[in-house]
Write a protein that binds this ligand. Structure first.
Ligand SMILES: *Cc1c(COP(=O)(O)O)cnc(C)c1O
Length: 383
């Protein structure tokens, strides 16, 4: 474990594990399929720039982001590969995306017009992928009207200002045990593709997120777009390893023990005094709270690791502080480093466990880790 002397709490990011998880996805997808690592939302809260730089030597196709700003930040960090903005651009962000040579997602005729107008204005050729809606319903051209929109996109490409480079869709239930919905979406996608006149290799065809990429190489197309798996989050924790090999953990959340004290029977802790000491207990106060992204609902439910032992969080998690019951770790001292997510000795709290206890998914837990927690890299450079 890495000790950061002057922080009350921090996040450790294991870049070697990110590279390992990337390699797992790439292998599973097979040799004919490239990988588009999703580094949106600042690399799922772990740092888009550091993750992209760690993966760049592994030769991904490029990177996937959610917004033009995220793409611009990667360009500013010196990343040269294609960057696909996977969501439709608001009109106000089109110029920024074009200036940084981002690949736009076109999801309606207006989006295509704006991209083409910007190409004309800047006098430079701009690339785009088409998003096809096969059931997620958030964005994209309707998969049933492929004849119409493919004609628009082909015409625009012929005018020479924009280049149509890819087509993609996004699955809504790849993490569900039952695969039928995903296969139905894939069929709708194939049906749309069959009505687009294009030569093999002209367009990059992609659909799979982490769960789909790891479960069904046959749906990989030309590229896969993993996110959460790269960051050590199990996309579908209920599935056994025979169906989906778990990723290697990436993020560890640590916090220091700021105070240790004895609590007499009847002592209460936290807002609402929801926990009462039943006996003489030893309590420790950790310098982390929901203001750092530790879910408030973990109060009286979640755990921390102290000196390699699992101890319960007692009382409500407050904004900056969380109390643990250290009665089983009497040797604990002020200054000890507690683990809220990650391993300590042989014990480990998985991000999936925390997500489950908080009634959400790993993605939300990682993305919710706040800016108050410094991110510390455990490994750097090439493998
Ligand atoms: C976020 C995102 C992904 C990655 O999803 P995970 O479930 O995190 O792997 C893939 N494609 C698109 C369009 C996304 O927005």
């Amino acid at each position: 474990m890495l000790i950061i002397p002057d922080s009350r709490a921090w996040v450790e990011v294991d870049l070697e594990a990110v590279r390992h998880n990337y390699t797992m996805v790439a292998r599973r997808a097979g040799p004919g399929t490239v990988v588009i690592p999703m580094v949106k939302a600042d690399g799922y809260g772990l740092g888009a720039e550091r993750v992209a730089k760690a993966l760049d030597p592994l030769k991904p196709w490029g990177f996937g982001v959610a917004t033009a700003d995220e793409g611009a930040a990667l360009r500013a960090a010196g990343l040269m590969r294609p960057i696909l903005v996977c969501n439709p651009l608001p009109a106000q962000a089109v110029a920024l995306a074009a200036e940084h040579r981002l690949t736009a997602t076109v999801a309606d005729p207006g989006g295509l017009d704006r991209w083409e107008a910007m190409a004309e204005k800047l006098g430079r050729t701009l690339d785009f992928h088409v998003k096809v809606d096969t059931g997620l319903g958030r964005s994209g051209f309707d998969c049933r009207t492929a004849d119409c929109w493919s004609d628009l996109c082909a015409q625009a490409t012929r005018r020479g200002l924009v280049r149509w480079k890819g087509v993609f869709t996004h699955f809504h239930s790849a993490d569900a045990e039952e695969p039928a919905e995903t296969f139905a979406q894939w069929r709708r996608f194939q049906d749309a593709l069959s009505r687009i006149p294009y030569q093999k290799g002209e367009l990059l065809i992609h659909a799979s997120n982490s769960a789909a990429a790891m479960r069904w190489p046959e749906l990989a197309g030309d590229a896969v777009r993993p996110g959460i798996y790269l960051y050590g989050g199990h996309p579908s924790p209920a599935l056994p390893a025979s169906i989906l090999v778990p990723p290697r953990p990436v993020a560890s959340v640590r916090a220091r023990l700021l105070l240790v004290r004895e609590a007499s029977p009847g002592s209460t802790v936290g807002y609402g005094a929801t926990y009462v000491a039943s006996d003489r207990e030893l309590w420790g106060t950790l310098g982390i709270g929901f203001g750092d992204g530790l879910p408030r609902v973990l109060g009286n439910v979640g755990h921390a690791l102290v000196r390699g032992k699992r101890v319960p969080l007692v009382g409500r998690v407050s904004m900056d502080l969380t109390v643990v019951n250290l009665s089983t770790v009497p040797e604990a001292e002020v200054g000890d480093v507690a683990t809220l997510i990650g391993a300590d000795g042989t014990e480990c709290i998985m991000v999936d466990d925390v997500a489950h206890q908080a009634g959400t998914i790993c993605n939300e837990i990682l993305v919710g880790l706040g800016p108050r927690l410094p991110r510390i890299e455990l490994a750097r450079g090439a493998t």
